[in-house]
Design a protein around this ligand. Structure first.
Ligand code: NAP
Length: 489
């Protein structure tokens, strides 16, 4: 049993219209700890009816929430932020239990996610309009920005907490209401956040959580005409399908999708910095992040030294249950994740890749996997084209800057890229030549709530975080006021 200082944060119901509900006719589904298979909770398996009830509640709550002064919405978001910080230890325990990542990483995720509540609590007060010089003397032209309405959010399992405030905080700050469908593997963090929203005084119906069937809940959210906006984080495959469905009633969409991040190490890079960056980018969350370096390229002159240093660092990673002290790598989320990593590994070895460390399932069993490094990777391998989403670091070789740019951009994805160099001119050349939405230069970690996050190409549409993040939840309205020269009779 998961021990929490506040057991009421572990919820096993749906959160609709400010109430915890267990619809009698729903079946249930189990949420399990991937480290040991232990059942953490049995949740009602929501379907179309529950999704519709949540959308109706959000639609009823919208006019009042939108009409509140921004300052009031801001204060409630701040209270939500404060409660997340007060409960960070329990929230981290829930996250590690359902997702597997080490407790220290889970804590980091909670704090990172919480920062979006604080950021957008401030941005709520900065939803400015504009005036436009009019073409005629008796006119005044204005632009105002208004909340778009009910928003549906669908989130993945790899960041069960952080992906939620990135969407809910700007939406609520803008004056929108929301229905969230979290990933079925990790709904408990979302429900704990709903509990804290309720304690913070967020009014009933403003934030609803409906875990359940992707095909039923998800489909209802994306096709229901009361939903005016879909914000989705997940795979490109599902994002494509949802975008097509959202087109039926012309919903606004933001999509944060898959990646295939390149990480380039130039001859002039500082070796230790490049290795630390590659470790942070590749092995965070056991390689299960959308911004994980998927392809690591090292230039001829530094290749051997980099390969040796990275392998040495990876071989020291401690694998185990995320609750154990000093553990840096937990289990993968499920057997499918292990199978995909194995498939990429075996394909790479078949095509000539050399395993330098790791190379198989971990002796701990279950879904634990050995952090792995392969040298001699080539463009023909699956790892060059597909997101592995596991702890496998393939190292490719390149000779020139032009070749590095060509190889890095040779993908349908465009989320994150990284490069390591001490050449100032190269920083600017690559900064504009790489076709990615987020670029880390001499670092493997770029996350910050004040910076815009999002992808190009098949990695998505829209931005989360920064002052741009709230735009995704606003409509622009143009007011043309005429006949102002005539006094009222
Ligand atoms: P996924 O399979 O696309 O699932 C994401 C969410 O969509 C889950 O809540 C899932 O519900 C739901 N879903 C699946 N099929 C659906 C459908 N037909 N209709 C409506 N909803 C549906 O992705 P994942 O495996 O959870 O997450 C990993 C992927 O997310 C990776 O590709 C990663 O790169 C990407 N990601 C991107 C970002 C970013 O910011 N760009 C951040 C994190 C992750 P169920 O869980 O119930 O199936």
């Amino acid at each position: 049993m998961l021990k929490l200082a506040d057991p009421n944060l572990l919820r096993d119901s749906l959160f609709i219209d400010g109430a915890w509900v267990k619809p009698p006719k729903c079946g249930t589904f189990a949420v399990q700890n991937p480290a040991n298979g232990q059942q953490l909770a049995a949740l009602p398996l929501a379907g179309r009816d529950q999704a519709r009830a949540a959308v109706d509640a959000a639609a009823r709550a919208f006019p009042d929430w939108a009409a509140r002064p921004a300052r009031e919405r801001s204060q409630l978001l701040r209270r939500w932020h404060g409660l997340v910080l007060e409960n960070v230890d329990d929230l981290a325990r829930i996250l590690t239990a359902e997702q597997g990542k080490p407790l220290s990483e889970a804590r980091g995720e909670i704090l990172y996610g919480a920062a979006f509540f604080e950021w957008f609590a401030e941005e709520a007060k900065r939803v400015y309009g504009e005036t436009i010089p009019a073409p005629n003397a008796d006119q005044r032209l204005l632009v105002i920005r208004q909340p778009i309405g009910v928003c549906a959010a669908i989130t993945p399992w790899n960041f069960p907490m952080a992906m939620i405030p990135r969407k809910a905080a700007p939406a609520l700050a803008a004056g929108c209401t929301m229905v969230l469908k979290p990933a079925s593997a990790t709904p408990l963090s979302a429900l704990a956040l709903a509990e804290l929203a309720s304690r913070a005084g967020i009014p009933a119906g403003v934030f609803n959580v409906v875990p359940g069937g992707a095909k039923t809940v998800g489909d209802e959210l994306v096709t229901n005409s009361s939903v005016r906006k879909l914000t989705f984080t997940g795979s490109t495959e599902v994002g494509r399908e949802l975008m097509a469905k959202a087109s039926t009633n012309i919903k606004k969409v933001s999509l944060e999708l898959g990646g295939n991040a390149p990480l380039l190490v130039f001859d002039d890079a500082h070796l230790e910095t490049a290795v630390a960056g590659a470790m942070a980018s590749k092995f965070r969350n056991m390689g299960q992040t959308c911004v994980c370096a998927n392809r690591i390229y090292a230039q001829d002159g530094i290749y051997d030294r980099f390969v040796e240093a990275l392998s040495a660092a990876v071989s020291k990673l401690k694998v185990g249950d995320g609750f154990e002290d000093q553990v840096q790598q937990g289990p993968l989320i499920d057997e499918a994740a292990v199978q995909k990593t194995l498939e990429h590994l075996q394909d790479a070895v078949r095509l000539g890749g050399k395993v330098l460390t790791g190379g198989s399932r971990h002796s701990l069993g279950g879904t634990f996997f050995e952090p792995t490094v392969i040298s001699g990777a080539t463009a023909e391998m699956l790892v060059a084209r597909e997101e592995t989403f596991g702890p496998l670091a393939p190292i490719f070789r390149f000779s020139s800057e032009a070749e590095a740019i060509r190889l890095a951009n040779d993908t349908e994805y465009g989320l994150a890229a990284y490069f390591f160099t001490r050449d100032n001119g190269r920083v600017w050349r690559l900064g504009s030549a790489l076709e990615f939405g987020v670029i880390g230069i001499n670092t493997g970690v770029t996350s910050y709530e004040g910076a815009p996050f999002g992808g190009l190409k098949a990695s998505g549409i829209g931005r989360e975080g920064s002052h741009l993040g709230i735009d995704e939840f606003l409509e622009v309205k143009y007011l043309c006021v005429a006949d102002i020269a005539r006094p009222a009779a």
